[in-house]
Design a protein around this ligand. Structure first.
Ligand SMILES: [Zn+2]
Length: 314
């Protein structure tokens, strides 16, 4: 049963249906009808006109919010990414559509009941712990929408921004895994990346942090950059390079700190994201931390030519 009418229309439809159904309790068709009892919340028993659109039961707003483990929703994107479920798996579950709260012009979001998604994942994989590995790529349409006005990135949620950064690194030829919790405040790692096997045979690990700001003038500060640097270089972690991507800019102090650690630290800001949105990854700007020549011994200079990276195609 896949219900995909629009949220509002759907609610109205079900309200009348379920009212009829619940009226049926103790109501005999042969009896003269006196007053229709009003539908009552399946949890608390109070009168409510609200219906949970997926379970199709009367459920008041208070109980809908109060029992997230039973009635919480999850988006299709997260259900696919975190629980490794396919479109065809999810088609077995009820769902409903709501307008995307972040971007008005974007396609509506499809919501599922989190508990049903967990159950399905348990049936399929024997466990229901979120499995955060696969990255759902952004669609052409989404990328174009952000390329038209990169300022729109500010309206993303921090988690969407992480996915967005992951998507762009993937386009560059890196395999990306998402880690950690976006709301963690210890300067930790959001993504781990390494070269795709079919693009490069030499392995190395890149630690990535995605720093999202809703406000245009909010910059990523030196203490945030320093925290991240400390996080990926400490505890014997095996990262060769750390990358911080922000959707606004970095403070001059942050840039100064990075310049002094340019061998292992890279900062990318909104200007870089604009290039990434155009799939322009070979730009010289991408090489700004790498010197054009290195003096490996007195008088022995090795030149590092730009745009000479050849990505072998299979
Ligand atoms: Zn209730």
């Amino acid at each position: 049963m896949c219900k995909t009418t629009s949220g509002r229309q759907f609610k109205r439809l079900n309200w009348s249906q379920s009212r009829d159904r619940h009226v049926g309790v103790g109501y005999d068709a042969g009896m003269p009808q006196v007053a229709k009892p009003k539908p009552t919340c399946a949890e608390c028993g109070r009168v409510t006109i609200r219906v949970n659109p997926i379970l199709d039961i009367p459920l008041c707003a208070h109980c809908q919010r109060g029992h997230p483990d039973k009635y919480g929703y999850i988006t299709k994107t997260r259900a696919r990414g975190e629980y490794r479920l396919r479109e065809s798996d999810l088609a077995r579950l009820g769902s409903y559509e709501v307008d995307n709260p972040h971007y008005k012009k974007a396609a509506p979001m499809q919501l599922y009941l989190h508990q049903q998604v967990r159950k399905l994942s348990r049936e399929k994989y024997g466990k229901d712990e979120p499995y955060i590995v696969s990255i759902i790529p952004f669609s052409e349409h989404q990328l174009k929408w952000f390329a038209d006005d990169p300022d729109r990135i500010r309206a993303m949620s921090p988690r969407s921004f992480q996915r967005f950064v992951a998507d762009r690194l993937d386009a560059m030829g890196l395999e990306v895994q998402m880690v950690g919790d976006v709301y963690r405040k210890d300067g930790g790692l959001d993504l781990i990346a390494y070269p795709k096997r079919d693009r490069c045979q030499f392995p190395f690990l890149l630690a990535v942090q995605a720093k999202h700001h809703h406000l245009r003038h909010a910059s990523t500060t030196v203490s945030e950059v320093r925290d991240f640097h400390g996080a990926f270089t400490s505890r014997g972690l095996p990262f060769g390079t750390g990358l911080i991507v922000t959707n606004t800019s970095f403070t001059p102090d942050a840039q100064w700190f990075a310049d002094n650690n340019r061998a292992i630290l890279r900062l990318r800001d909104l200007e870089d994201l604009k290039r990434w949105l155009r799939n322009d990854f070979e730009n010289e700007s991408e090489w700004r931390e790498i010197p054009e020549a290195i003096e490996v011994a007195p008088g022995v200079r090795i030149f590092i030519p730009r745009k000479s990276v050849i990505i072998p195609k299979r």
